[in-house]
Write a protein that binds this ligand. Structure first.
Ligand SMILES: [Fe+2]
Ligand SMILES: [Fe+2]
Length: 206
């Protein structure tokens, strides 16, 4: 199968469009979270947006062999422009799971059938990442819904909370209203166990 006449070529463009839009949606969601003082969630959206950019680049690089061409595609893309932080998180979770469960497995199968094994592997690998994204958005949606974003589930527990601005660590069942050291809002606090130094100040959750 020639790449130029393949369905995989179109699927790569669909994936590139989808990832590019996800990157923008999460950047807007990061701004919305920031406006509502959810600094930590804003960073989660921003981190995820950066990863969608990386996915977009992988798909776009496979399209180099079509340089100079315009590729027409049909596709449906979500509108999830909410102010509500839980809606932003749950719609993002939904879209991630859709990529993981339906869209990318189908693209991987087509790529395999057409003999593009490297592209099929990329769809499979990125599908697995989208599951992690979906899980992460879902975890935070659920924490907010249960009133547990800034409160330990077991209030007798001494949870350590870190301020993402200055690094102060607060011990207690709840994040403080403001950081006693730099006065940042509660939204800057995250349970220390979720703080991932490898991500250069971004907090993440497994
Ligand atoms: Fe992605
Ligand atoms: Fe994703």
């Amino acid at each position: 199968m020639e790449f130029s006449s393949s369905i995989t070529k179109e699927n790569l463009m669909r994936a590139f469009a989808g990832e590019s839009q996800a990157r923008n949606r999460y950047t807007f969601a990061a701004d919305a979270a920031k406006r509502q003082n959810y600094e930590f969630l804003s960073r989660v959206f921003k981190l995820t947006a950066d990863q969608e950019k990386a996915h977009a680049e992988i798909f776009y690089n496979f399209l180099r062999q079509s340089n100079g061409e315009n590729i027409a595609i049909e596709g449906a893309y979500p509108v999830d422009n909410y102010d509500d932080i839980v809606k932003l998180l749950t719609s993002a979770r939904h879209n991630e799971y859709e990529e993981f469960e339906t869209v990318y497995p189908a693209f991987a199968k087509t790529a395999k059938d057409e003999g593009f094994l490297q592209i099929a592997a990329a769809f499979e690998n990125i599908a697995a990442i989208e599951k992690v994204h979906g899980d992460r958005f879902g975890t935070f949606a659920s924490l907010i819904e249960r009133g547990l974003l800034f409160k330990a589930e077991n209030t007798s527990e001494q949870t350590e909370w870190i301020c993402l601005n200055c690094g102060h660590i607060h011990k207690g069942p709840m994040a403080p209203q403001n950081c006693p050291v730099c006065h940042s809002d509660k939204g800057f606090f995250v349970p220390f166990k979720y703080y991932d130094f490898k991500e250069n100040g971004y907090a993440s959750i497994g």
